[in-house]
Design a protein around this ligand. Sequence first.
Ligand code: HEM
Length: 247
Amino acid sequence: MSPTALDYLLWGALPYVVIAVLVGGTIWRYRYDRFGWTTRSSQLYESRLLRIASPVFHFGLLVVIIGHVVGLLIPEGWTDAVGITNDMYHVTALSLGAIAGVTTLGGITLLIWRRRTTGPVFSATTVNDKVMYAVLVAAILAGLATTLLSAVAGLTGGHEADYRETVSPWFRSVFVLQPDVAAMSAASGAFKLHTLVGLALFALFPFTRLVHAFSAPVWYLFRPYVVYRSRDREPTPVSRPIRRGWS
Ligand code: HEM
């Protein structure tokens, strides 16, 4: 079936509107709200549950992100070429994806439950936060629905849910400025819904607390070592008496 006008709008134009809002919005936020560029941490109000829920959510999400990079950016031909069969690929992707997705969902459920039931944390929750949580949870749920449908299609011998022939080529084509609208319009409804919710989240990103993801202290991994020296091994100055560090 050839793409409709709506397909051209959603898969040909919308991604570029979202990229413009994401990039432009992030630059705007950085220039005009640098002091508001924060997670607005609520750790001071409650830390017991946060200490469990936050890592569960973030580690789950990290695996989900790695899965998206592999699934969306690596063409099917490349995995075929190194001997990974389609079945091998999908069994691994679906099982790892399901574990990561459920972990992320468990983490965000705990985080939202904590936010709702801890008085001061709930008081510090804005309408902006609530909208962001709703879209984030919708993206995760819709993502898990695609995983579930792919698993069912795999078990019943169906092929129509293979996102590596529809969503992934479209996703890559957006970045070379030749959006493959026909590929995406052939995807199943669940993939389309999930992608639209994902795009909505990207458009909201710069205007929410999610901006903290752009300032994760990654530089910490590459900074030079702090050199510690034992005082004992330092050459003893001849002319100056040894003084305590703080004197
Ligand atoms: C344009 C953006 C996006 C596209 C094209 C996309 C595409 C996909 C595809 C093709 C799958 C199925 C993977 C499989 O079945 O093996 C999937 C699953 C999933 N997605 Fe997305 N996604 C996008 C954005 C997001 C966002 C923003 C989130 C949430 C933060 C998200 C969360 C999930 C989750 C939780 C799953 C299920 C677990 C998994 O397979 O990793 N996705 N997505």
